[in-house]
Design a protein around this ligand. Structure first.
Ligand SMILES: *[C@@H]1O[C@H](CO)[C@@H](O)[C@H](O)[C@H]1NC(C)=O
Ligand SMILES: *[C@@H]1O[C@H](CO)[C@@H](O)[C@H](O)[C@H]1NC(C)=O
Length: 553
C-alpha cells in the first residue's frame, strides 16, 4: 500500500466512525464484549434551568468503590477493568472458587454455608443478587443504564472500616498494605477518577463520558444541563483522620482533623459522615438492630474496648433498639470475630422493654464539634445518618445557630422525628432503597413536610454497602416491559448482560441497572406522586449544596 494512501484511508475511517447519525449518548468505542443497556431514546437535557426545577433523580448514597475497601477482597468484582473489560471486572474473588465454600463474609451476613456459583460474566447464575452482600453491583454500564433512565446526581461514598478490614483474612495486595482507613479512602479516590477516565475513553475522550465527578453545585448544574450524571464524592468511614477512641481516650487531635479535612477536600470530597457504626472520638452512633447489630457491637468492642452503652432517651427521638443476644450467639461471635474468651457482652434486656426506648449515652464530643465546624468552614455537607440521637441533636443545634443548610440524611439512618428540623435548616433527605411498598409507606410519613417546605425527595441505594435490596416482587400489579422513562423520552427494556437478562419481578434489585425497574415498581404499586417527588430530588439536593456554598460565617 502506498504511504500516501494511509492518511486518506485514516481520514475515511475517522469520518465513517464518527458518522453524522451517531448520538452523543451512544459510546463510539464500547469494549466487546460488554453489557447492554437496553434503554433507547435521548437523555433529557435540563437546558432551561432558570425557568423550572432541574429534572432528575438523585441517589444520595452509593458505594461504587467498595470493592477496593476493607482490604479489597470482601466485595468481589470491580465496577470496571482497564485490563480486560467485563470478563475481568465481573469475576468472583479467587477464594470464592470453586463453589463459595470459603465465602466467609457470606456466612456472617447471609447465614448458610456460602455455597454459590462463583462465575459472574457471562452466566451470572448466582450473582449479583438482591441478597448478596459480597458481589459487585456497580458495574459502569449498569450505572449508565440508570443515568439513561433519569438519574442525574449520584453521591459516591468512599467507605472504610479498619476493624472489618483487619478481621477479614483475605486481602488484595494491590490495594496497599494494612487497614489504615485514610489510605483506603485515598486509594478509592484514585480509583473513582480512574473510572471517570475509563468511561471517558469509551465515550470518545476526556470530558465526553456521562460520569462526571463534580466539585461544586454550579458545576453539577452545568453537567446536568448537558444531560449527564453529576457524581459527588462523599466519605463514610468509622475512624475519620484516625479519630477513633479507645476506652474513651481520643486518638486524634484538632490539627489532625484540619489536616484530614483539607486532604479530603483536596481529593474532591464535599460530603461526609463524622461517625459510622462504632463510637469514635467525634460522636456516638445510632445502633444497628438484630444479629447484624450484635456483630457490629462486637466490632465496636474490638475498636473501642467497650460495647455500646445505653440510657433512657430523653426526647421524642430514639436510637435503634439493640436486640438481646443469646448465649449461643455470643459464643458464635467470640468464635467468628476472635473476641477474647471471657468477654462479657451486655444483654440489653432492659433496652428491649417496650415503652422505654434506649439511646446511646454518647453524643457529639468536643473534637466532634471541632470537626463539624471544620466542615462548615469548608462548606462541606454534613451527613447525620449513623449519628446517635444525642449527637444529632447537638449537630442540629449548632447548624441552626450557624444558619448552615448543608445537612443530609441519605439512607434512612436518622430518626424521622428530626425531619421538620432538617428541612427548616434547608437540608435534604433520601430514603434507603426499600422495597416499593415500604418505600411508599415511609415516604408518606413525611410527605406533608416536603409539601410544606416545597422540597423533592431522594433515594439512597447503598449498593455495595453491605445491606440488602428490594426482593423480587411478582404479585399484581407488576412491572411490565418495556416501560417509558419518567420524563417520557426513553423506552426501557429488561437489561441483558452476557447470557443473563434481569427481570425485576423475578430478580428484584440485583444491581444498579435495576434502579429504573425499581422506580417503575414504585409507580405501578401506586406511587406516582412519590416518583414525581423523586424526580425533583436532584433539584432540591443541589439547592442544599448551593446554599451551603453561599453560607456566610
Ligand atoms: C466445595 O468445594 C470444595 C473444594 O473443592 C469441596 O471440598 C467441597 O466438597 C465442595 N462443597 C460442595 C457443597 O460442593
Ligand atoms: C438488550 O439489548 C441487546 C442489544 O440490542 C439485545 O440483544 C437484547 O436482546 C436486549 N434485551 C432484551 C431483554 O430485550
Amino acid at each position: 500500500m502506498a504511504p500516501s494512501v494511509i492518511p486518506i484511508l485514516l481520514l475515511f475511517l475517522t469520518f465513517s466512525s464518527a458518522a453524522p447519525t451517531a448520538n452523543w449518548w451512544d459510546p463510539p468505542s464500547r469494549p466487546t464484549p460488554d453489557s447492554f443497556i437496553n434503554v433507547t431514546g435521548p437523555p433529557f437535557l435540563n437546558s432551561n434551568q432558570a425557568a423550572s426545577p432541574i429534572k432528575g433523580f438523585i441517589d444520595a448514597h452509593n458505594h461504587p468503590t467498595s470493592s477496593w475497601a476493607f482490604g479489597g477482597r470482601l466485595l468481589c468484582g470491580q465496577p470496571f477493568s482497564t485490563s480486560g473489560g467485563i470478563s475481568t471486572a465481573l469475576k468472583d474473588c479467587p477464594e470464592h472458587y470453586p463453589n463459595g465454600s470459603l465465602a466467609l463474609f457470606d456466612f456472617l451476613t447471609k447465614g448458610g454455608d456460602g455455597i454459590h456459583d462463583p462465575v459472574g460474566w457471562p452466566t451470572f447464575a448466582s450473582w449479583p443478587a438482591y441478597d448478596s452482600q459480597t458481589h459487585q453491583q456497580n458495574y459502569y454500564a449498569w450505572i449508565e443504564r440508570s443515568w439513561r433512565a433519569g438519574l442525574r446526581v449520584m453521591v459516591a461514598n468512599l467507605v472504610a472500616n479498619g476493624v472489618i478490614c483487619s478481621i477479614y483474612p483475605f486481602k488484595d495486595p494491590a490495594v496497599g498494605p494494612g487497614c489504615n482507613e485514610m489510605s483506603s479512602i485515598r486509594y478509592q479516590a484514585s480509583k473513582i477518577y480512574e473510572m471517570e477516565a475509563y468511561i471517558d475513553g469509551i465515550f470518545g475522550g476526556t470530558g465526553k463520558g456521562f460520569f462526571r465527578i463534580v466539585k461544586s453545585a454550579t458545576q453539577a448544574k452545568d453537567i446536568i444541563a448537558q444531560g449527564k450524571l453529576a457524581v459527588v464524592l462523599g466519605v463514610e468511614m468509622s475512624e475519620p483522620f484516625g479519630c477513633k477512641q479507645f476506652l474513651d481516650l481520643p486518638q486524634c487531635s484538632t490539627s489532625q482533623i484540619d489536616k484530614g479535612l483539607d486532604e479530603l477536600y483536596g481529593l474532591g470530597v464535599r460530603s461526609m459522615f463524622l461517625c459510622h457504626k462504632f463510637d469514635n472520638a467525634l460522636c456516638g452512633v445510632r445502633f444497628d438492630e438484630g444479629t447484624t447489630g450484635a456483630a457490629i457491637n462486637a466490632g465496636q468492642f474490638l475498636s473501642t474496648g467497650t460495647f455500646w452503652t445505653t440510657e433512657k432517651c430523653t426526647g421524642a427521638q430514639a436510637d435503634n433498639p439493640i436486640s438481646p443476644v443469646s448465649a449461643q450467639q455470643k459464643q458464635e461471635l467470640v468464635a467468628k470475630l476472635g473476641l477474647p474468651k471471657g468477654v462479657k457482652m451486655p444483654d440489653y434486656t432492659t433496652a428491649a422493654v417496650e415503652g422505654s426506648p434506649q439511646c446511646n449515652v454518647r453524643g457529639l464530643t468536643t473534637l466532634g464539634e471541632y470537626a463539624l465546624r471544620g466542615m462548615i468552614k469548608r462548606k462541606m455537607m454534613v451527613e447525620i445518618d449513623h449519628m446517635s440521637v444525642k449527637a444529632t441533636g447537638r449537630v442540629l443545634d449548632i447548624l441552626q445557630a450557624e444558619k448552615y443548610p448543608g445537612v443530609i440524611s441519605s439512607h434512612s439512618w436518622m430518626d424521622l422525628e428530626w425531619t421538620g428540623r432538617l428541612y427548616q435548616l434547608g437540608g435534604f433527605i433520601a430514603q434507603y432503597m426499600h422495597g416499593s411498598e415500604d418505600f411508599i409507606a415511609e415516604a408518606a410519613k413525611t410527605a406533608e413536610l416536603r409539601a410544606q417546605y416545597d422540597v423533592g425527595y431522594g433515594f439512597g441505594t447503598d449498593m455495595n454497602g453491605l445491606g440488602s435490596w428490594p426482593a423480587p416482587r411478582n404479585s399484581s400489579p407488576v412491572v411490565t416491559y418495556p416501560f417509558t422513562s419518567v420524563d417520557g423520552g426513553s423506552t426501557i427494556d429488561r437489561v441483558t448482560t452476557g447470557q443473563k437478562t434481569w427481570d425485576f419481578p423475578t430478580d428484584g434489585a440485583a444491581h444498579y441497572g435495576l434502579v429504573p425497574d425499581w422506580i417503575e415498581d414504585i409507580r405501578v404499586v401506586g406511587g406516582q406522586s412519590v416518583v414525581d417527588e423523586l424526580f425533583r430530588g436532584a433539584d432540591s439536593y443541589l439547592k442544599t449544596w448551593g446554599a451551603s456554598e453561599n453560607h456566610l460565617p
